[in-house]
Design a protein around this ligand. Structure first.
Ligand code: GLU
Length: 446
């Protein structure tokens, strides 16, 4: 599917601006991670329709680290059910660092699956006959989320295995308290391997999009985990995904997210998209500086906060040719980020078959609301089409909001089409093929 220029440009612009941010420090407690280039910076977004967008170093590989935790939690939930998993790992934000000894007094149950203690127990819960099979199941699951076979960065794995005594200590404490029942060395080894799985920012965007899409990978179409599982994972990410900055994150960004010490960050906008950032320098809490800034800005600009009023109804859009040289694109409902992304993808599809001097009519008469960022996205796209030599007309009040030239905005679809046809000198289509504005083709919903 066509990727929308406006979304790519928004990511590229954000990337260019944030690339100059020079704060934070690359994690060095795992010696191999210290070798990461602090300048590497990738951004990627995958929509529910499987459209993919990227900026910067989105194809540079790195280790997934803690961003593996929500996906392995999903695997545990899908296999064992919520009650069996929460009996062993809680769902309360710990308010502490990622490697804190955050165990429930009495039971030794770790606070949540997003911190190391909880993640180690979660890994131990994956049903398997031994550690090799357990890791195999985890790798298969992570690969299904990504939509391609992933592998392990052996150097990072070996480096963490040599130095990961704090995680071993945590595991021994939990084993002593009875909350970890498997062999400590074996479980920790699987956990280290899981953290060393190699991904790119583009992979992580698809993985996040799969969670946002009810557990179905939007690119491959594969159902990876049940919808209810995906929903529950998002809930725990929302409360505990960002270490002890989880509250501030929910306040400012308002999206389920997970960061990791390699500099990876994912965020999920349910039913909209998954987004990922990779940039190694971390803030004092352990979250990647540039990734956090990127998400804050995107959330604010496109009104992505979970608590944001969603409007009244989803946008629907359709397009068709009107003769040979004019395309007609129609939308209805409120235009926010996702609806606009979808509409602009459709617009890209609609103009593809047009001749160089063709025309397009964008009928937004039934669009109930356009937020400012969406209007800007659409305006940018229409300006680009006009620069390419296409004639562009819009219909309705929302049409006026997205087209710079008021002379090309019309009150009715018929007038816009007539004007557009006149401009491009389109010949009448043969009898029987003409679709008039008054009788839209069958595939439209109105
Ligand atoms: N492998 C890392 C550890 O356990 C992951 C930590 C993280 O990314 O937060 O220390």
């Amino acid at each position: 599917m066509a990727a929308v220029g406006a979304v790519s440009r928004a990511l590229a612009e954000l990337h260019a601006r944030l690339a100059t941010v020079d704060e934070g420090a690359v994690a060095d407690y795992i010696p191999q991670l210290a070798l990461a280039d602090p300048a590497t910076f990738g951004l990627a977004l995958a929509s529910m329709d499987g459209h993919r967008y990227a900026a910067g170093d989105a194809l540079v590989p790195f280790t997934i680290q803690s961003v593996s935790k929500p996906f392995v939690y999903a695997l545990a939930l899908a296999g064992l059910g919520l009650d069996a998993v929460t009996a062993r790992v809680g769902a309360e934000p710990s308010g502490e660092g990622f490697n804190a000894i955050s165990l429930e007094p009495g039971t030794g149950r770790p606070a949540n699956p997003m911190i190391n203690a909880g993640a180690i127990v979660t890994t131990s819960l994956i049903p398997a006959s031994g550690p090799a099979e357990r890791f195999d199941r985890i790798l298969t699951c992570l690969s299904a989320f990504a939509g391609r076979p992933l592998d392990v960065d052996e150097a990072v794995y070996a480096s963490e295995s040599r130095t990961g005594d704090r995680n071993r200590a945590l595991a021994y404490l939990m084993r002593g308290a009875g909350s970890l029942t498997e062999d400590v060395e074996e479980v920790v080894d699987v956990y280290f391997r899981q953290c060393a799985v190699r991904v790119t920012t583009a992979d992580l965007a698809v993985m996040a999009a799969t969670l946002a899409n009810g557990g179905v990978n939007p690119v491959t179409g594969e159902p990876v985990v049940p919808e209810l599982t995906a929903e529950r994972v998002l809930a725990v990410m929302a409360t505990s995904g960002m270490y002890d900055a989880a509250g501030d994150w929910l306040l400012r960004v308002g999206l389920p997210a997970k960061g990791g010490v390699s500099g990876a960050l994912i965020a999920c906008s349910p039913a909209r998209f998954g987004i990922a950032a990779y940039s190694p320098p971390l803030d004092a809490v352990g979250n990647p500086v540039r990734g956090v800034l990127a998400l804050r800005e995107l959330s604010e600009r496109y009104a992505l906060h979970l608590m944001h009023h969603p409007g009244t109804a989803p946008v629907t859009a359709a397009w068709d040719m009107h003769g040979e040289a004019v395309a007609l694109v129609i939308a209805q409902g409120p235009l926010e980020f996702t609806a606009t992304e979808r509409l602009l993808s459709m617009l890209a599809e609609a103009v593809a078959p047009l001749p160089a001097a063709g025309g397009v009519v964008l009928d937004l008469d039934r669009v109930s609301r356009v937020d400012r960022a969406s209007a800007a996205m659409a305006r940018e796209e229409l300006t680009a089409l006009r620069r390419r030599g296409l004639t562009v007309a819009a219909v309705g009040e929302a049409g006026a909001a997205v087209l710079d030239d008021p002379d090309h905005v019309f009150a009715t679809r018929e007038r816009a089409l007539a004007w557009c046809e006149q401009q491009v000198g389109a010949s009448e289509p043969p009898d029987g093929q003409q679709q008039t504005g008054a009788s839209p083709p069958d595939n439209r919903h109105w």
